[in-house]
Design a protein around this ligand. Structure first.
Ligand code: PRT
Ligand code: ZN
Length: 287
């Protein structure tokens, strides 16, 4: 019987490509790709990877040409194809915002009434304007949206922003954020049981990598008299591991701590008497 293989579409070249490939490699999925390949097969996981323009991914997934796809939520919602959002992936974060020239007297969204707004995201913009009861003329353009006001094509723009540098360079100010975006994994809505099982296997790895990236392995030497106090400060996966040192009266204490609480915990254990604190990255974490 032929082995089931899942087909994943990722962006061929652009802002999502590197992180999409990194996500697969961190999950231990190995494959070779070069700039001219349109598809490749993983050696050690039943997965075929298709390299496409991000705009084409929702339709390919909806049609079942690909089973899964990775792309920005902005494009997923804008295209409104029949696909399922399986998981938000936390990278390529950005926002879709309305911006106006610096000298535009902007008081509220109603300042845009009757104005011309240039965007590559007409669906998301229209939805937002409707929700706030503003009627404006939407001018759809596919690129270099930020120059539209300078060349007299529009009064305002609605475009993706990450650092804000592009707006600044073009004499524009951000006035309304209308959508928050990040990369997400989408799937076909009619997956077979076999493909769903492969998805579950892959997701177990994705989640293990995600947890590992948010946690650190910490080791420290602690005088036995301070172990109780130090252990109270360390959450660990179950409880900290304590191993006696050769030096009498001292132990090595190991634990896992969340990145967010990292510095606070280090300061506290140090104050409690811990020494020689080592912090190591974790590759995978399966709970
Ligand atoms: O060729 P293909 O169609 O595959 O790629 P593309 O040119 O359509 O997309 P690409 O690679 O530019 O972006 C892919 C996805 O990355 C987007 O759909 C978003 O989900 C995400 N992303 C994250 C961004 C940005 N940040 C971003 N800053 N996409 C575009 N930008 C642009 C923005 O349009 C503006 O021109 O960057 C500029 C603003 O950046 P700052 O940092 O100056 O604010
Ligand atoms: Zn695109």
């Amino acid at each position: 019987m032929e082995q089931t293989v899942i087909k994943l579409a990722i962006q061929k070249s652009g802002r999502l490509s590197e992180k999409s490939i990194e996500l697969l490699k961190n999950c231990g999925i190995k494959f070779v790709s070069n700039s001219s390949s349109l598809k490749t097969k993983a050696f050690n996981f039943p997965m075929e990877i298709l390299f496409l323009r991000d705009d084409d991914i929702p339709r390919y997934v909806a049609d079942g040409v690909a089973d899964f796809g990775i792309l920005g939520m902005n494009e997923i919602v804008e295209q409104n194809q029949e696909v399922e959002v399986i998981k938000k992936l936390g990278f390529s974060k950005c926002r879709l915002s309305i911006a106006v020239p610096n000298d535009f007297k902007y008081e509220s969204i109603h300042s845009l009434e009757g104005k011309k707004i240039a965007t590559s995201y007409p669906v998301l913009l229209e939805k937002h304007l409707q929700s706030v009861g503003v009627k404006a003329e939407i001018h759809e353009i596919s690129g270099s949206v930020e120059i539209a006001p300078t060349i007299g094509l529009a009064d305002a723009i609605c475009d993706l922003v990450s650092t804000g540098g592009t707006l600044l360079m073009n004499g524009l100010k951000e006035v309304e954020e209308i959508f928050k975006s990040e990369a997400a994994l989408i799937g076909n809505v009619n997956l077979t049981v076999e493909k769903k099982a492969l998805l579950a296997k892959w997701m177990l790895r994705v989640e293990a990598v995600e947890k590992a990236q948010n946690n650190k392995y910490i080791l420290m030497n602690v005088p036995n008299s301070a172990i109780e106090e130090v252990c109270k400060l360390l959450p660990g996966m179950k409880s900290p591991t304590i191993i006696p040192l050769q030096t009498e009266g001292w132990s090595s204490v190991h634990s896992v701590i969340h990145e967010d609480a990292f510095w606070e915990i280090i300061e506290k254990v140090k104050a409690a008497g811990a020494e020689g604190i080592l912090v190591c990255p974790i590759e995978q974490m399966v709970l």
